[in-house]
Design a protein around this ligand. Sequence first.
Ligand SMILES: [Zn+2]
Ligand SMILES: [Zn+2]
Length: 292
Amino acid sequence: MDNLEPDKLSASGKSIYSGSSIALLTQHGKEKVIAPVLASTVECQVRLVTGFDTDQLGTFTRDIPRLGTQLEAARKKARMGMALAKSSLGLASEGSFGPDPYTGMFIWNVEMVVWIDDTLGIEVVGIASGKASLFHQLTANWAEAKKFAYKSGFPMHGLVVRSQHQDDPRIRKGITDWETLHEAFQWASTEADNSCAFLETDVRAHMNPTRMEIIAEATQDLARKLNTLCPDCNTPGFQITNRVLGLPCEGCGIPTRETLADVYRCVRCSYEVTTARPEKKAQAGRCDFCNP
Ligand SMILES: [Zn+2]
Ligand SMILES: [Zn+2]
């Protein structure tokens, strides 16, 4: 393991992917946010691959469950795009929703963008997360449905309407105007035994600008990693994989649980570098002895 000053690890000037083209399989318009970020940072061109219904791999509306982890799902899509485009370079993104890691009170959206390069034999993953724009409501009342729609950022954010309950197969997706929403509400509540329509945010990327922003951030994270080369073998994707804890307390000098240094690791040759954080002392408020 080597020790390096952080500034020695800054992103390189020219991307090794400059001028190359990468296959992206998506049917939800993700290229609109991914392509410009990669063009300006990694200097590569995104080649949109269609012709496969990615909803078959799982949907957020629970009609088709996703198999495997989020990363496995993204990888599978990237591989499919590479096969369809006959390319050794592919990328894909996958999102997930769950309780926020801080309070558990909000719905949290994690986006992953996976880059696969079969020529170098590497996989690099960009990640970003944030509060999701994801709401739902069961109601028999149009005024209440309208109030819900305003609250969920409609019509900028699309809606899904179901009859009766949240898992009913009678479903209309991708609703982005008031007339269609009203019509879908009437259809769903008339069909239902309980006279209720179940309204929910459409979280497919092209229907949800909040999610699109997080996908763009994940792509920026990916680009930073791709533009950081391994000091030993020059492979892109040199990134933080571990942290060394124990930053000493400013009051008593005892090691705290704050980060002292970051460990960077190469995705190809496993070369590691530990870089000290610029801060030399932890605040006493973070110390178990000074602030138990
Ligand atoms: Zn390396
Ligand atoms: Zn202390």
